[in-house]
Design a protein around this ligand. Sequence first.
Ligand code: 2PG
Ligand code: MG
Length: 445
Amino acid sequence: MSEATAPQTGQPGATPSGAAGDPPNDVGLTIASLRAEQVLDSRGWPTVSVALTLDDGSVHEASAPAGASTGAFEAVESRDEGEEFSGRGVLKAVAGIEGEIAARLTDRRWDGIRALDDALRDLDGTPNLARLGANAVVAVSMAASRAFAHVSGVALYEWIAAQTGAQPLMPVPHFNVLNGGAHAANDLDFQEFMIAPLGLVSEEQAVRAGSEIYHALQSAVRDEFHTAGLGDEGGFAPPIANPVQALDLLVAAIEAAGYTTDQVKIALDPAANGFSLGDGNYQVGGRRLDRRELVDYYDGLLGDYPIWSIEDGFAEDDFEGWQLMFDRVGSSTQLVGDDLYVTDAARIREGAEKHYSNAALIKVNQIGTVSQTFDAIAAARENDMACMVSHRSGETIDAFIADLVVGTGVGQIKSGAPARGERVAKYNRLMSIERRQPQLQYGLH
Ligand code: 2PG
Ligand code: MG
């Protein structure tokens, strides 16, 4: 059974193996077999699912998510490029897992996830996992993490906390309720309009607020646009083009649902690669803006709306744009690098040094392994940067990132709308952890 459908590997609510700050206490394991399958993700495209069996007979599953607005520096997926599924099949990745990867990993003792991840990376032999595929490697690394939690006798998030020396924390969910960009068929240039219940006190309350606001927004969108069609992340995708229209809809929905904009803030992921014209120029709402005008544009939105966080406001190669924005609003607004950093510790360190942003998005499949994801979070924290753990626009019901965000204690997650199975799997897992561990604090810190 996978964690997405079963309570947990290890005992639910088991005593944590160590308080925050204790050294990791890995217990070794031996993998008896590794199976993989081609399954479908939430967009209906193939993805990789793994079942790892230990010598004690326990089975640990995981599946790979997939992005649509991918950064140029991300680890690379393996796609078959054949006739089937418009070239998007993953049978080569599956064969690699059951062949080379299984031969390397099975029937020997592994003392920790890092050694296992390093072995996967060495076996691949490329800097961006292009040979075996990041989709193959990440699924194996996630399943192996669950196996380590199992042999340690703790829940996955507790194992992650022990690995990272973090204090577990219930995160502020960022619900993407209006979709544009690469995730929707409308003309909205900005990709994600999220609501973030920063001013509430528990995951349960935050999820309730997300659901109530989502449904208030649904009524407004239905009334005004006679559609409740959705984008890839479960948010509505009405035929609007101007970000201001989307923000007005959001503020009205927050208030219609009975919340204040002190309790529930807005976060944006414009995903500026998608509307970059190159050379620091952008196309927003039918207007051409240079990087300075785009900073002014964001600053204007920050003045007019309760926006607390902006992700990928500039293209992944427009370092000057990032610096201008950081200088202007970085002391009062969270600025998150996604395509800019691709969950890479070295890129995050560089961003901190050069003042590109004050936060990093964290996606396991962007870098390809769980231990390197821990490294990215450590690099951010060493530099006083915040982290937001993230899903991909193509997902499965695997809820690994819910445990990741609790166990690393970074305090923020985005997993799409509070609707659709692959999105709510994560929010439901968060509420389930909170119910079992009511002493865990909710919030950014
Ligand atoms: C993003 C992500 C997730 P994708 O840009 O932050 O929302 O999108 O998975 O398509 O890269
Ligand atoms: Mg993004």
